[in-house]
Ligand binder design. Structure first.
Ligand code: B12
Length: 247
């Protein structure tokens, strides 16, 4: 999937606003290229029958992210050469200057934020991974859309979380002054979710390189390093795999 979002709207998207108001803006390090006007967001299917797409190997990367990075690079070269538009492929990590990919995908019309706090697309549900580039051209945004499958859902995503990260309201509109909250109604605990990620990391039967976190998903390293083992860190995806949308 692919879509276009406006950079002006992205700069003011709910994640940016949330981090500003919660005074976590050290995460907001996007170095917006001055002439960038649009963002091109791509989503790659990560179906349940191909779980290995999401496993991090010892280099810290996943096969799915390798594929996304190379699609993004090829698309960047094609856009520059064929359309004459200057592009800026973006980092994955926001600390490295990457953009908030879920917000960008919603603004580009790829789907909505679900009760599991991730992007849900009509055709593939939440089982996608995202990547983006900025473009120095004012293109017509392709979203947002009115798609919303969560309203009358029985919330299998929230029940599936092994850390109950989607159980209690952690954020409220009154306290934060935000209308768009994580998990829609503030029911997403980043710290509980991270406990599971740490567990997955420690349970993995591989040794991960020093500097793993800083290099993870970075630009040049990820494509040049070959995968170092068949299996890797099997990140929890229960809130994603429990979602019936797109199955
Ligand atoms: C840091 C990070 C994590 C951290 C912290 C997560 C968090 N949400 O805070 C940890 C390690 C815990 C984590 C866990 C997971 N992650 Co993660 N993570 C990221 C990363 C790098 C940045 C996310 C971030 O900090 N966002 C900022 C905070 C403030 O956002 P937030 O808490 O989610 O809440 C905001 C949104 O919900 C949004 N919002 C709410 N309503 C609305 C309405 C509108 C209209 C809009 C525009 C926005 C919006 O505004 C909220 C603020 O109020 C992104 C990649 C990227 N560059 O964006 C991937 C990313 C979000 N993760 C992803 C995934 C898949 C996961 C996991 C399933 C684990 C896994 N197997 O990879 C879990 C699921 C967690 C969950 N249910 O939210 C995918 C999501 C794909 C999708 N379908 O959306 C991303 C995009 C990476 C990718 N490879 O594509 N992640």
């Amino acid at each position: 999937m692919a879509g276009i979002a406006s950079v002006e709207l992205l700069k003011r998207s709910p994640s940016h606003e949330a981090l500003k108001r919660l005074r976590l803006d050290d995460f907001d390090k996007v170095n917006w290229p001055p002439k960038a006007r649009s963002a091109l967001i791509i989503a790659l299917s990560h179906p349940p029958e191909k779980p290995e797409l999401d496993w991090s190997d010892a280099s810290g990367n996943t096969p799915g992210n390798r594929r996304l990075t190379s699609i993004n690079r090829e698309l960047s070269v094609w856009t520059e050469q064929r359309l004459g538009i200057v592009t800026h492929p973006m980092f994955y990590w926001v600390q490295e200057g990457g953009i908030y990919l879920k917000d960008a995908a919603v603004l580009a019309g790829l789907g909505c934020i679900g009760k599991n706090n991730i992007l849900i697309t009509p055709a593939l549900g939440p089982r996608v991974r995202l990547r983006a580039m900025l473009l120095e051209d004012e293109l017509t945004p392709t979203g947002p859309t009115s798609f919303d499958p969560c309203d009358c859902c029985e919330e299998p995503c929230r029940k599936a979380c092994p850390q109950d990260a989607l159980d209690r309201a952690v954020f409220s509109s009154v306290e934060t002054g935000l209308s768009a909250l994580p998990g829609r109604d503030g029911r997403y605990s980043r710290s509980s979710c991270s406990i599971q990620m740490d567990k997955d990391f420690n349970d993995a039967a591989i040794t991960v390189d020093e500097g793993y976190m800083s290099e993870l998903f970075q630009s040049s390293a990820e494509i040049e390093r070959a995968p170092q083992s068949e299996e890797g860190i099997k990140w929890c995806r229960r809130c994603e795999l429990a979602c019936p949308v797109g199955l």
